[in-house]
Ligand binder design. Structure first.
Ligand code: FES
Length: 122
């Protein structure tokens, strides 16, 4: 396993491993590390909106709905401290591990006053 640190917002808010982007998503349902690639055709889930009341991420490309709970279960173990998130990836560190910037939808962006959250997914 290896740990990659990203920011919750702004520059360096996305870890890309094997060309799959991971961002820190904060929703009213909870905060978690989101694999930001839609399972349908690879759409940008970091730009998804959250359907009010139903806790579903709506992909901006074709409108596929993914329950936030399911997306969180497919996330990775992570701990947030302040504006930094440490993500634990299984396996050895791949050659193509990058920390980059991805814009986030307002529906999954960290809001001022959100408290640090520790997230752990089995
Ligand atoms: S790529 Fe997300 S719905 Fe098609």
């Amino acid at each position: 396993m290896h740990v990659v640190k990203i920011s919750t917002t702004g520059l360096g808010n996305c870890a890309e491993l094997n060309q799959v982007p991971y961002v820190y998503a904060s929703t009213s349902f909870g905060a978690f590390v989101l694999p930001a690639r839609c399972p349908h055709r690879g759409g940008p889930l970091h730009l998804a909106r959250v359907e009010g009341g139903s806790h579903r991420l709506i992909c901006p490309w074709h409108g596929r709905a993914t329950p936030v709970g399911r997306a969180a279960r497919h996330g990775l173990p992570a701990v947030r401290r302040g504006d930094r998130v440490s993500i634990v990836f299984p396996g050895d560190r791949p050659d193509d591990c990058l920390v980059v910037h991805r814009p986030l939808s307002p529906d999954i962006s960290l809001r001022p006053g959100d408290r640090p959250t520790s997230v752990a997914h089995a």
